[in-house]
Design a binder for this molecule. Structure first.
Ligand SMILES: Nc1nc2c([nH]c(=O)n2[C@H]2C[C@H](O)[C@@H](COP(=O)(O)OP(=O)(O)OP(=O)(O)O)O2)c(=O)[nH]1
Length: 402
């Protein structure tokens, strides 16, 4: 596994590099700028957003003791194949300032001043440490290694809204490290971590118009484009059109498909299952129609309930309606078929499973169309007729019922 980054040195001529930094700004919703402003003003949030980089939201402290303790942060760094995402440290300020104080990087970050004051890097990093300790936001340094040396490459961040159910994703990458898949690798790792460890329903992200690389990053991770909005930028002093993206846990991890049932291994005594459907037709005198199996069929001479085999893809009801028409010429509606009982019998070479319906209404007169003999039998007399072994347990049930 390659854990080292081999990024090229920054190009000598700025004109040779791409003109689009990889960045997105966290945002709230795909709404027009005025609405965004109103909503954010309500919440006391500054407008517009570029969370990883803007000045701290609280009033800056005027005088800070020289050795002010930095908030304790316990956060296990997130690893990817090439990168480590870890909490920012005060020592990162200089490298961060060097990377961010670059017009090509800042120009699509709505709230990053350019030039970027060196002192702002210190203030902002301190804020990220406090917010991470409080569980409000996770702004992490994207770092790589060249040999033993750790390099700051960019920043990726996620801020929760007040409900804690929605997060806003943002990231930027130093210009020298563009086109190496860093933003995708880092944003994907933080997004996956967030959905796996926070009670999030949704993560949103915004991309400034024209920032195609950032759109591609979000799409690769699983984000969906859900709208557009306008965003005021202190960086350019103008309003920018932004595309709003969002992702759910399912978008990022994939939906859970129901497991496909594994075919059971055949048992040692496995035998074919024969599905047959049959019907006890009951007339107004509470008599049941029996049919005598004709010569030439298996079990010829035994008395049975009219019915027959269920064809592949057929429902028991459809099969029974078809068989009653074919065998005895009557029309039955599915609504007139009441499930009654079933037979399950081992015939040695096959196993019979036979649902038995009861039917009291049909059209036509039962007529033997397949050389059978038909007879109406009172329930108490059913045992006088020799029936296939599978039918025998059904007779007491019918007698009790009728
Ligand atoms: N219809 C019917 N079949 C029964 C009953 N009891 C019982 O064991 N069977 C068995 C006998 C047969 O093995 C199987 C039904 O097969 P079948 O050959 O009569 O079916 P089918 O009407 O579709 O006939 P076929 O077109 O294949 O000739 O179910 C019963 O009460 N009614």
């Amino acid at each position: 596994m390659n854990t080292q980054l081999h990024f090229p040195s920054p190009p000598a001529c700025p004109a040779r590099v791409a003109r689009r930094p990889a960045c997105v700004h966290p945002c709230a919703a795909p709404v027009a700028c005025a609405t965004l402003r109103a909503r954010k003003a309500d919440r006391g949030d500054p407008i517009p957003t570029t969370e990883p980089l803007k000045r701290p939201r609280r009033a800056p402290r005027k005088i800070k003791p020289a050795a002010a303790p930095v908030a304790e942060v316990t956060f296990e760094p997130l690893k990817t194949e090439r990168l480590t995402l870890r909490p920012l440290k005060p020592d990162d300020a200089e490298s961060m300032h060097r990377l961010i104080n670059d017009w090509e990087v800042t120009r699509t970050l709505a709230e990053v001043p350019y030039p970027y004051p060196r002192s702002l890097a210190d203030e902002w990093i301190e804020t990220t440490i406090e917010e991470l300790a409080a569980g409000d936001a996770w702004h992490l340094a994207i770092t790589g290694h060249e040999g033993e040396r750790e390099m700051l490459i960019g920043v990726v961040g996620l801020r929760l809204d007040k409900s804690g159910r929605t997060g806003r994703l943002g990231y930027w990458v130093g210009r020298a490290y563009w086109r190496h898949g860093v933003a995708t690798e880092a944003a994907k790792r933080l997004t996956s971590w967030a959905f796996a460890n926070l009670p999030l329903d949704l993560i949103t992200a915004e991309v400034t118009e024209g920032n195609e690389p950032s759109r591609a990053v979000l799409r690769r991770i699983g984000f969906r484009q859900v709208g557009i909005g306008m965003r005021a930028s202190v960086t350019t002093g103008q309003e920018h059109m932004v595309t709003v993206f969002e992702a759910t846990r399912d978008d990022v991890f994939g939906r859970i498909e129901p497991p496909k049932p594994e075919p059971a291994p055949p048992a040692d005594d496995a035998k074919p299952m024969l599905l047959v459907v049959a019907c006890a037709l009951v007339d107004i005198d509470q008599r049941v129609l029996l049919a005598r199996r004709p010569e030439g069929k298996k079990m010829a001479g035994l008395w049975e309930f009219p019915g027959g085999k269920i064809r592949p893809g057929e429902t028991p009801e459809a099969a029974l309606i078809r068989e009653l028409k074919e065998e005895i010429g009557i029309d039955v509606a599915a609504t007139c078929l009441a499930p009654f009982a079933f037979a399950s019998h081992d015939y040695g070479t096959f196993h019979l499973l036979m649902p038995l319906f009861i039917c009291r209404r049909w059209k036509g007169t039962p007529t033997p169309l397949e050389n059978q003999t038909l007879t109406w039998v009172r329930a108490t007399k059913l045992t006088d007729y020799e029936m296939p072994p599978a039918d025998k347990p059904l007779i007491p049930l019918l007698r009790d019922f009728l």
